[in-house]
Design a binder for this molecule. Sequence first.
Ligand code: AMP
Length: 286
Amino acid sequence: MTRRLRLAVPNKGRLVEPTVGLLHDAGLVFEAGERALVARVQNFDLEILFVRTNDVVEFVNDGVAELGVTGLDLVAESGTDVPQIRKLGYGRCRLTIAVPNDSPFRAAEDLAGLRVATSHLGLTRRYFEARSIPVEVIPVSGAAEVAPRLGLAEAIVDLVSTGSTLVVNGLRPIEEIFASEAVLLANKGAVRDRPDLIDSIETMLSATLAARDRKYLMMNAPMAKLSELERLLPGLESPSIIPLAHEGMIAIHSVVEADRVWSLLPRLKAAGASGILILPIEKLVS
Ligand code: AMP
């Protein structure tokens, strides 16, 4: 008998909440215990392993888990070719070269012969080597942003999302070397031997993510206004048009991007729509 599929996810840090949130939104029922290493999903043949963010790639690569969620930066840092099933759209950040505000450096080339402090050794070394810029990479285990102030390095390479940590530490970015976000990984053997199961998880997460970005709009309108309203509503395909009891009146149903809803509403009203309803979409498989 094959054992349950295993999904390794971070047990601490900034990827925990969005990852557990995504799995719950996907309808998986499990308890994300603080200390539990393993959670059994009650309504799906899946076990969730809570491990360090840094260990997810290794767990998936070694086959301890068939699937995993972690940062793309950590996959790249590991240098492994573990299959990437899909990006997940959260945990976005950029591995960035930054220097003190008052330094003269404007580009990576200006750092030739100088020291760069980072905890992202592999990506940093590869970046400077690929550009034939000789730098001394100074390994730090965290808080690289204090290295210039301590006189340890002239520049740092660190992950940046809003950039506020750089500002607080008197640093400015000069170059982005890698763009990261959370990613769903799979073990090579599992991709080969259990593609249907990997596919079902992929579809589940994709449908959940796609639904988050969209709203379902329902409205009434005079039939005569249809073409004008249709131009405002480029939904997934064409909108559904349903005749109403009152002659000449129709209901229009359409899927629109969540970000567009508020700017769309006044234009729909101006074009003759009334009784507009905005509904959440639970899952969307296109
Ligand atoms: P953790 O150190 O466990 O909080 O998670 C680190 C991972 O979160 C990184 O490997 C990135 O993939 C991701 N991440 C997203 N934004 C940031 C950020 N501003 N700083 C560090 N890591 C980030």
